[in-house]
Design a protein around this ligand. Structure first.
Ligand code: GLC
Length: 444
């Protein structure tokens, strides 16, 4: 058992969450992320429920401000900022019919963790409050999952199709960057690369004014992400319209997103039962189909699953943190879970001093400090721990929890950490790190 100063971790977490509270929702971090993000608020609510369950419920209700008429919950809801360039301008969401009128949002989504967060918060509310909260949240989450299956599952396989790496939440994960390099490298980005003028462009990057550039993504990768976003905007963020493109666009069946979706489908059904709300039959059919379809992404010998490139229908065997997330889905077999645990606990690959790195150490693109290209993040640790516990791997789960708490104890509530030295990296006072450290403390 590793000794952790629990009072210190609690204090760090509490201070961070209080400092980032903007009333009805929590911003991820002051300087770098001043808006509301979908999966950030879900993780935040999971931790915040231990401090103030009612405020945690408000965190999730706030996400409904951004829901589109078609049911989509966007990945960002913008906060107006005085005296600053309007961050929402690149999305122009207000020009699209069915977008909310009171707030500006992005036009894409993020991992669907709302059912999980709602259920965790509901557990802490008393009877009347709980019912009221669930009656508000459950219909909205059903509409959201309906949107995912109506709009993002063109073949009816139960696997959602993503149109932008930001939808996975793992922005510059190597799997996405190799896809983007193939598809979203127009002439002008090639020129930037060739003439090595990215230093010049970097002068305009806000993120590297607060965080060292070797901890953020490369400028040309960021430009590709923006290129893909602008392409989507031209098609009003509609999958059917993107399909009519004469040129190719980023389209993947992401393993991590779909693993999260499957677990949340299950929780959603349970929540709906609790308040006697019916989940449409066709939707339940997709939930079932999804579980079978996940196996199509898996290698029958190694049991390991990967993402699929939708255009080419090719399974890309690029190992990242995503390949461990089927543990969270709960739909792989016990044997597959064991195969994943064997891989995860290999000390040369994933089981580094502070596990679990976002990219295995053996991968050529592993970069200890760079964003989703190597560092350890507490949110993916939380998902893995939750899955490990349900499959009965308590020892491994405990180790990840203890090392995660050690990270916060020694480096504070940083955005991410070196899996080798434990050095804190990225933004300071990051909300989901604080919230999930609290949840780890309470459920040690
Ligand atoms: C970064 C992360 C994303 C997160 C956002 C706000 O873009 O990659 O997952 O939601 O920051 O914290």
């Amino acid at each position: 058992m590793i000794e952790v100063d629990e009072d210190l971790v609690f204090k760090i977490a509490q201070d961070t969450l209080q400092g980032n509270d903007s009333g009805a929702w929590t911003i991820p971090s002051k300087k770098l992320y001043p808006h509301q993000w979908l999966w950030d608020s879900c993780f935040t609510a999971i931790g915040l429920r231990h401090l103030d369950p009612k405020r945690a419920a408000t965190e999730l209700r706030s996400l409904l401000r951004g829901q589109w008429d078609n049911g989509m919950i966007p990945h960002m809801i913008f906060s107006p900022q005085k005296w600053k360039i309007d961050d929402s301008r690149i999305w122009q969401s207000h020009k699209i019919s069915g977008s909310p009128t009171n707030v500006r949002t992005s036009g894409i989504t993020q991992p669907p963790l709302m059912a999980e967060a709602t259920s965790r918060v509901a557990e802490m509310l008393d009877g009347v409050e709980r019912k009221k909260f669930l009656m508000e949240m459950v219909p909205a989450i059903i509409r959201y999952h309906q949107w995912l299956y109506w709009n993002r599952d063109p073949k009816g396989t139960g696997l959602a199709l993503l149109l932008h790496p930001w939808e996975t939440g793992l922005d510059n994960s190597p799997s996405w960057m190799s896809e983007l390099r193939k598809i979203h490298t127009p002439f002008w980005i090639k020129v930037v690369d060739l003439m090595r003028v990215d230093r010049l462009i970097s002068l305009f990057r806000r993120d590297i004014k607060t965080v060292p550039s070797d901890q953020r993504m490369k400028t040309s990768d960021l430009l590709r992400l923006h290129h893909a976003q602008q392409d989507l905007r031209r098609h009003d963020y509609e999958m059917q319209r993107v399909f009519t493109n004469t040129h190719r666009h980023f389209m993947v069946e992401s393993l991590s997103f779909n693993s999260i979706l499957m677990r949340n489908n299950e929780i959603l059904v349970d929540l709906a039962n609790q308040v006697d709300i019916e989940v449409p039959k066709w939707l339940l059919g997709r939930f079932k189909k999804a579980k079978e379809s996940l196996q199509q992404l898996c290698n029958p010998v190694t049991g390991i699953c990967y993402h699929r490139n939708y255009d080419e229908q090719v399974i890309e065997e690029v190992p990242t943190i995503s390949i461990l997330l089927p543990l969270y889905s709960g739909v792989i077999t016990q044997h597959q879970a064991q195969q994943l645990v064997n891989l995860m606990t290999n000390e040369n690959i994933y089981w580094l001093p502070y596990p679990v790195p976002s990219v295995p150490k053996t991968a050529e693109y592993f970069d200890e400090k760079r964003y989703w290209q190597g560092p350890t993040w507490l949110n993916t640790n939380w998902l893995i721990v939750d899955g490990l516990r349900r499959y009965g791997f308590q020892k491994e789960a405990d180790h990840i929890v203890e090392q995660s708490l050690k990270l916060v104890e020694s480096s504070g509530s940083k955005e991410y950490f070196s899996p080798i030295s434990g050095e804190g990296l990225g933004a300071d006072n990051f909300s989901w790190t604080a919230a999930l450290a609290l949840d780890f403390l309470k459920n040690k």
